[in-house]
Design a protein around this ligand. Structure first.
Ligand SMILES: *[C@@H]1O[C@H](CO)[C@@H](O)[C@H](O)[C@H]1NC(C)=O
Ligand SMILES: *[C@@H]1O[C@H](CO)[C@@H](O)[C@H](O)[C@H]1NC(C)=O
Ligand SMILES: [Mg+2]
Length: 285
């Protein structure tokens, strides 16, 4: 199958075929942010070529759009302001992030957290009662992962009759412009080991996290497509809840992802711009 788009010619190769066919029925797009829109790092990071325009084109097409991120070092307000400065058309209300999802869980279950998170994330929990804590929330605290802070969280968990640990994501590491960085999952495992418990993960790849993006768009899973650079957490997570998942060859992508033993993306594209080319071409027929 061959498609013409201006001067560009897009092929629905076998690797793309599945989601090319499905693209016609897509009503909404869920985008990962880091590694898809921009590469994070010192000085705030740099946008990935073609991504600002790609976001604009999705919005102009009338497709619904949400951004699903595992960012837990800053509030959504700060994070979104940074992306707007890079030229992205993005609003706080369009961003699904672990901290607000955790706040909803805390309220529903009447829980009061002790927070082991980055100082930059604390304002997300302003409305939450943190007195006399009965659970611990761990996020990507980065330089705030001191021995002292880890041990305080550990002691608190051990005092609880039924230790309850929530982890904002479970990534092993992520990539910034100056190199790889250890992520929250490593510290989550340390507390799990120390307390002999299992954390509840809030964020990708948990089903509930993708479902909250779908609910906020008013769509069923089969009507939406997730585009991300993390094969297991973005693509695999979305597929688990019935969405299509496409991997971009930017950010943390590695060629070996395309031979992964358990997760197979519905499509692989060079970058977000190419994903949007294909999607819009098929919508318009
Ligand atoms: C978090 O790290 C910053 C920067 O190193 C420091 O100023 C702050 O006191 C730390 N906060 C906690 C709660 O450890
Ligand atoms: C998690 O966040 C980091 C940046 O904070 C990003 O580089 C990485 O791709 C993200 N991981 C997932 C699973 O989305
Ligand atoms: Mg990513």
């Amino acid at each position: 199958m061959q498609r013409r788009l201006g001067k560009k010619v897009l092929f629905c190769t076998s690797a793309m075929a599945v989601w090319c066919e499905a693209a016609g029925g897509v009503r909404g797009v869920v985008l990962d942010i880091s590694g898809v829109l921009y590469d994070s790092g010192g000085g705030g990071g740099v946008p990935i070529s073609g991504s600002t325009d790609a976001v604009k084109r999705i919005k102009e097409s009338g497709l619904k759009l949400r951004f699903c991120t595992n960012e837990t070092q800053a509030t959504r307000e700060k994070f979104v302001a940074k992306l707007q400065t890079m030229g992205f058309d993005i609003a706080v209300g369009e961003v699904i992030a672990p901290a607000p999802a955790a706040c909803r869980i805390l309220k529903e279950r009447g829980l009061r957290p002790h927070l082991l998170v980055h100082d930059g994330l604390l304002p997300e929990f302003d409305q939450i009662d943190q007195s006399n804590p009965n659970c611990v929330i761990i996020g990507d605290a980065a330089e705030n992962f001191s021995y002292e802070n880890m041990n305080r969280a550990f002691q608190l968990l051990m005092q609880l009759e039924k230790p309850l640990l929530f982890s904002l994501g479970r990534g092993r590491y992520y990539k910034e412009t100056d190199g790889l960085k250890i992520d929250v999952g490593v510290y989550m495992k340390a507390l799990e080991y120390a307390c002999d418990i299992q954390a509840e993960v809030v964020g990708k790849p948990a089903n509930a996290f993708f479902l909250s993006a779908l609910t906020s768009m008013g769509l069923e899973p089969h009507q939406a497509i997730m585009i991300g650079d993390d094969l297991v957490n973005d693509v695999g997570g979305a597929q688990q809840c019935g969405m299509k998942g496409v991997q971009v060859r930017t950010g943390k992508y590695r060629p070996s992802d395309e031979q992964h033993p358990t997760v197979k993306a519905d499509g692989y594209v060079d970058n977000l711009a190419q994903a949007v080319d294909i999607l819009l071409e098929h919508l318009n027929k």
